[in-house]
Design a protein around this ligand. Structure first.
Ligand SMILES: *[C@@H]1O[C@H](CO)[C@@H](O)[C@H](O)[C@H]1NC(C)=O
Ligand SMILES: *[C@@H]1O[C@H](CO)[C@@H](O)[C@H](O)[C@H]1NC(C)=O
Ligand SMILES: CC(=O)N[C@H]1CO[C@H](CO)[C@@H](O)[C@@H]1O
Ligand SMILES: [Zn+2]
Ligand SMILES: [Zn+2]
Ligand SMILES: [Zn+2]
Ligand SMILES: [Zn+2]
Length: 788
């Protein structure tokens, strides 16, 4: 969960312990959310504030001019070493610390455009050049970047525009004598060369890079009349036992899109390193994480970020995203950056939700809910009496429609009465801190619009309380309703022949329509994300009337029933009644635990059993070994693997392979064959062989990796799809045509169910297939000719 930083949690815990019993007792008889907030928020005192701010200062997000110089210098250094990707990243970091419309900003854009040019990212390079020009780049910079612009345009096969760029450079040089005088002979020579190229037109251009896979139009679908963002194939139902749930309105086929919903609100999760380190900038060469890699508004992967006008933290993919974010929420969040990082993502989501919803809406709904404060029991009663009467479903609009709106968000259950008092206290204190800060910084008026600044002091306080209450509610709702927004991130440089990628958690969002889905440990659907849009697809045929379920996290392939039960109960407050849970509970509940047992007997490879001191599960074998020792060996293995991967990154694949082969042997000796680490080792080896161009070896190791992934995630899981995708690429590159075609089809079958027919990887597979079939066709045609 994305709660506040440890130190603040600890502080709140101590404060809770020291509260007078009389006060604590007030909480006991299920207090309403409003009373809870009114009871706790006044306890936030100035000494608490002081402590919290001392923590928040660790996460400074202010712009720092000295960091511009530092990052830029390091960027230039890396550029000289031809490490263009790293250089570009460092220029982006430098940019984040520059102020709007300053010469430094123009220089940083110009510098980054040079790195992008060398990465063959001509389109993005042109964007950066445009930004540098518009920020009023200095005299000396102008000729250099105009030449770069012309080169870019030539590379993109646009000689006409290149000629125009050169023309305007020349006319500027003749108009401003100093410009011409300052330009070196080298520049002038280059100008001449480029002019000649531009005149010759497109015959000399480099072939344009592969067209970037732009998002094709969405698949057509029939939207539901009663639930926005859902397909007509689903139906919202209410039953006394299950509450509200989504069911199939007709028979549904695998791969069908059932829900396509943009997040009502989402907040990018900062990388762990940033949070642990406790300051935004200290070292220059640490790995980049979410905050540097993805747009803080739309979550798209960043190549050339646009910095926020106010802070060094927020970065965007485009000016459009920067402006949208600023208008909708960031103009208020910007100066609170450090505090929001300290209070954690849940608190931040709660805050952004009220900013996005707008004060008027929040105020109206809070006041309404205060009047008709239906407990959950009442809701159940209402739904029981009028089954199928959807107007009684909380969150529906008056016309009986359920929309992906603030009203729907507002009506998600906070489960106040099931949360621990200590947790309620932590949340209340954190929200109170945020409210206090809004007031102190005179931001409250901004949040609330005119109405609050004009109103009386008393009314103002009441309105702030409404906001606080709403935020507290959202923070509590997130415990059960937070949806992690995930994406596949290509690891490494991203320009390898075989993409290696990992699933990462990018953000936390609220999706009121996705929230209608109930949980199963063996779900019928799969959720994937494009930007901030969630797509829920059917994994299997779902018959009319069956409930549509997705997995909240505890999946039957990854956890035993006892573990799942514990997690679902503690985080989501319910006992899972899904099929696997009911059947596994009856059978030997030890089964799944031993299935995922970690260590193997060093003598005979049978699984080890027990705790602390492990012993071999084979009676005859008397081996005993302490778990600590095995854990130590495992740790050493992990370190060794890390070294091997670093070798691979530093272009020493041969040495990397040697080391990885040793690691693999050790992993197989130590761990059960289904252990994920055994699979990862095979995957690393495949990657190393790919670097060496040894496709056959790479394919062999991928086959082994796929076996492990299948055992772990199930044969039609997206994880298996990803591994098959890699294998398809390897076979394609290795020209193993028949096998490649077979794997491509298999990968396509699995991935199109999870990602839809328009999914990027699905399209890539289809392109590979077409290419292979063409080559097959050509060779048989040639063969035919030979025969005749
Ligand atoms: C970055 O800009 C500075 C100042 O204009 C320049 O001296 C340096 O060569 C540039 N570096 C790159 C890689 O373009
Ligand atoms: C989800 O289903 C379980 C039974 O599997 C039930 O106990 C729980 O109340 C349901 N939750 C909702 C929100 O309908
Ligand atoms: C709860 C439920 O209906 N789950 C089903 C989802 O689909 C799989 C495969 O058809 C079934 O095995 C589950 O029972
Ligand atoms: Zn964006
Ligand atoms: Zn900002
Ligand atoms: Zn279950
Ligand atoms: Zn043994």
């Amino acid at each position: 969960m994305d709660l506040p930083v440890e130190k603040w949690k600890l502080y709140a815990k101590q404060k809770w312990t020291s509260l007078e019993p009389a006060l604590k007792e007030k909480l006991c008889p299920a207090l309403s959310l409003r009373d809870c907030f009114l009871l706790f928020s006044p306890l936030f005192q100035s000494e608490d504030e002081e402590y919290l701010y001392s923590l928040a200062r660790n996460y400074c997000v202010k712009k720092d001019p000295s960091m511009v110089l530092l990052y830029k210098a390091e960027g230039n250094e890396r550029f000289r070493k031809k490490e263009y990707r790293t250089a570009g990243m460092l220029y982006s970091k430098a940019l984040a610390h520059t102020e709007v419309s300053t010469p430094e900003r123009a220089v940083c854009y110009a510098n980054r455009s040079a790195a992008l040019f060398h990465l063959d990212q001509f389109e993005v390079c042109l964007e950066d050049i445009g930004r540098a020009l518009e920020k009023g780049c200095s005299h000396g910079l102008y000729p250099k970047i105009m030449l770069r612009k012309a080169e870019c345009l030539l590379s993109l096969g646009r000689p006409q525009e290149a000629a125009e760029a050169l023309c305007s450079l020349e006319s500027k040089m003749s108009a401003e004598q100093s410009l011409a005088a300052d330009s070196s002979q080298m520049l002038l020579n280059k100008l001449g060369q480029l002019k000649a190229k531009a005149c010759q037109g497109s015959s000399f251009v480099r072939p344009p890079a592969l067209p970037s896979r732009t998002q094709k139009g969405l698949e057509p679908w029939e939207e539901n009349n009663w639930i926005s963002c859902a397909s007509a194939a689903v139906r919202l139902s209410v039953s006394p036992s299950k509450g509200r749930y989504l069911a199939a309105a007709r028979d549904i086929l695998p791969g069908e899109t059932l829900v396509r919903e943009e997040a009502f609100v989402s907040v990018l999760c900062p990388g762990e390193i940033l949070l642990l380190r406790g300051s935004a900038d200290t070292t220059l060469d640490e790995p980049s994480d979410n905050e540097d890699l993805n747009c803080h508004h739309c979550l798209r992967r960043l190549l050339a970020s646009v910095p926020c006008q106010g802070c060094s933290y927020a970065k965007y993919c485009s000016q459009t995203c920067a402006q949208l974010a600023w208008k909708n929420y960031h103009r208020i969040e910007c100066s609170l950056g450090g505090l929001l990082l300290t209070l954690g993502v849940f608190c931040h989501v709660a805050f952004r939700a009220i900013l996005v919803a707008g004060f008027a809406e929040v105020n109206t709904l809070t006041r309404q809910s205060c009047g008709d404060d239906l407990g959950e029991a009442d809701v159940a009663k209402v739904s029981a009496s009028k089954e199928q009467d959807l107007a009684s479903v909380p969150g529906c609009d008056v016309d009986g429609r359920y929309r992906s709106s603030y009203r729907a968000v507002f009506n998600l259950l906070p489960h106040t009465e099931k949360q621990s008092p200590e947790f309620l206290f932590l949340c209340s204190l954190s929200i109170a801190a945020l409210c206090q800060r809004l007031e102190d910084a005179h931001l409250a008026a901004l949040v609330c619009g005119k109405s609050i600044s004009e109103s009386q002091e008393g009314a103002k306080a009441a309105e702030l309380k409404n906001l606080g209450e709403a935020m507290l509610k959202h923070m509590l709702q997130l415990r059960c309703n937070a949806q992690a927004v995930t994406t596949l991130r290509e690891s490494g440089s991203g320009d390898k022949p075989v993409a290696s990628s990992e699933q990462v958690r990018l953000a936390v969002g609220l999706f009121p329509v996705v929230s209608l889905l109930n949980h199963s440990c063996d779900p019928n659907t799969s959720v994937t994300f494009k930007s901030t849009t969630a797509e829920v697809r059917a994994l299997q045929p779902i018959a009319q009337g069956q409930e549509i379920l997705h997995c909240y996290g505890p999946h039957k392939c990854r956890m035993g029933v006892a573990e799942r039960r514990k997690e679902l109960l503690s985080q989501y407050f319910f006992e899972c009644q899904c099929l696997p849970c009911r059947s596994e509970r009856g059978s030997s509940s030890q089964r799944s635990a031993s299935q995922h047992g970690v260590f193997r007997c060093p003598a005979c490879q049978a699984p080890l059993q027990g705790e602390g001191m492990l012993h071999c599960s084979r009676e005859a074998c008397k081996v005993q070994i302490s778990e600590d020792r095995l854990q130590h060996q495992l740790h050493e293995l992990q370190q060794l693997t890390k070294t091997a991967l670093e070798l691979l990154d530093n272009s020493q694949p041969d040495r990397s392979v040697k080391l990885l082969l040793r690691c693999r042997l050790e992993a197989r000796r130590l761990l059960s064959p289904e252990h994920l680490m055994v699979g990862e080792m095979e995957d690393h080896l495949a990657q190393a062989y790919v670097t060496l161009g040894k496709w056959q070896e790479a394919a062999g190791h991928l086959h082994s990796s796929i076996q492990v992934v299948e055992a772990h995630y199930g044969p039609s899981s997206i994880e298996v799809g990803q591994e098959l995708f890699k294998l398809a690429q390897v076979l394609f590159n290795g020209c193993a045509v028949p096998e490649a075609l077979c794997i491509i089809r298999k990968a396509e079958r699995i991935l199109s169910v999870h990602l839809g027919p328009q999914g990027g990887q699905v399209q890539e597979l289809q392109e590979m297939q077409a290419c292979l079939e063409e080559s097959l066709g050509a060779s048989t045609a040639a063969g035919g000719r030979l025969l005749s």
